[in-house]
Design a protein around this ligand. Structure first.
Ligand code: SF4
Length: 324
């Protein structure tokens, strides 16, 4: 298992204000999108980030790239990006890129593919046409696009091809770290496998580190080296993929895994969770999962569990688990 940290997140918090400040007499309310997230991402791995819709996965991805304001520390190669000056931030933007969920909304419909790919290079000061063309041709080769595609506009492509363009744009600056935010969830199932395979190949060829955000455990199991399970703005469990699926420790992870269809194992009993994800505006005290957990006891609503290490690569936040 890879263990050299590329990204280290410490006590990360994101609160979204719910109310405008027009009425100064009224009390401001916040949604706690992330509360005290601690997470390491190792160089060369694909880390899957899973959880239900609205649990804070995309917020975490954006916060790591400093696309939204956050409290806490985000170390990239041991430097806290929260302290970066504009020039350092520009340099960081070259190293760390994002692929968004919806390839229909993330590409400018007025630009040809050539211009879409050229734009980040120009923004980062590359003006020499031969250098630009060399980089563009390298990236279209890698992502399965063609010379002909460069002259066309996004609306002329299918969803899968648009996501290839979005991936090419994210890679044109030769980054080392990618945040892929549900990159296949807007695509037909038949196309999803092609994009997943492409990401896997690109990771190997370009030595990338990827944070892969998804609600689909089947995809994450196939693609990712390690998985972090998120619940209501908190990381509940992290482990290498095989271990997470063979020996899940957190009751929430067990419930998620029991819902994954499998042709090999139809004996696993599905664990149905009661109720919906609580509102992040008014989250439960202590263990955020205690309102839905089948094993909840008194202590779960009084004391927040700390992350304990149960094997070399396996951490879990639950009072039922003790350190080994
Ligand atoms: Fe369930 Fe308690 Fe563990 Fe939370 S700490 S997951 S409520 S058993």
């Amino acid at each position: 298992m890879k263990t050299q940290e590329l990204v280290k997140i410490k006590n990360l918090k994101v609160n979204y204000p719910l109310q405008s400040d027009f009425n100064r007499m009224s009390k401001k309310e916040y949604i706690q999108a992330l509360c005290d997230v601690n997470l390491d991402i190792y160089k060369g791995e694909i880390l899957g980030l899973v959880g239900e819709s609205g649990c804070g996965k995309s917020t975490l991805g954006k916060a790591i790239l400093k696309l939204i304001p956050a409290e806490g520390m985000i170390f990239y190669e041991n430097e806290n990006i929260q302290d970066f000056k504009p020039e350092e931030m520009k340099n960081f933007r070259k190293k760390a890129q994002m692929i968004f969920q919806n390839p229909y909304a993330s590409l400018d419909p007025r630009m040809t593919v050539y211009k879409i790919l050229r734009e980040p290079l120009v923004v980062h000061g590359i003006r020499d046409k031969s250098v630009i063309n060399k980089k563009i041709h390298r990236i279209i080769d890698l992502t399965g696009l063609t010379e002909e595609d460069l002259k066309r506009y996004p609306h002329e492509f299918s969803g899968g091809q648009r996501q290839r363009i979005a991936i090419a744009r994210a890679l044109i600056l030769e980054p080392e770290f990618l945040v892929a935010d549900e990159p296949v969830s807007a695509l037909d199932v038949s196309i999803q496998a092609q994009i997943i395979t492409l990401l896997k190949e690109l990771k190997e060829k370009l030595d990338l580190t990827i944070l892969f955000i998804s609600h689909d455990l089947g995809v994450v199991k196939y693609l990712c080296d390690r998985i972090a399970v998120m619940y209501l703005g908190n990381i509940a469990e992290t482990a290498i993929s095989d271990e997470l699926f063979s020996n899940p420790a957190h009751p929430y992870t067990k419930a998620l895994i029991s819902a994954v269809p499998s042709i090999h194992n139809n004996k696993t009993k599905r664990i149905n969770l009661s109720g919906d994800l609580p509102s992040p505006k008014n989250p439960p005290t202590a263990c955020k999962f205690h309102t839905r957990c089948p094993y909840s006891t008194d202590i779960c609503s009084i004391e927040e569990p700390r992350a304990v290490q149960i094997t070399k690569s396996h951490y879990v936040k639950c009072h039922l688990c003790s350190e080994r």
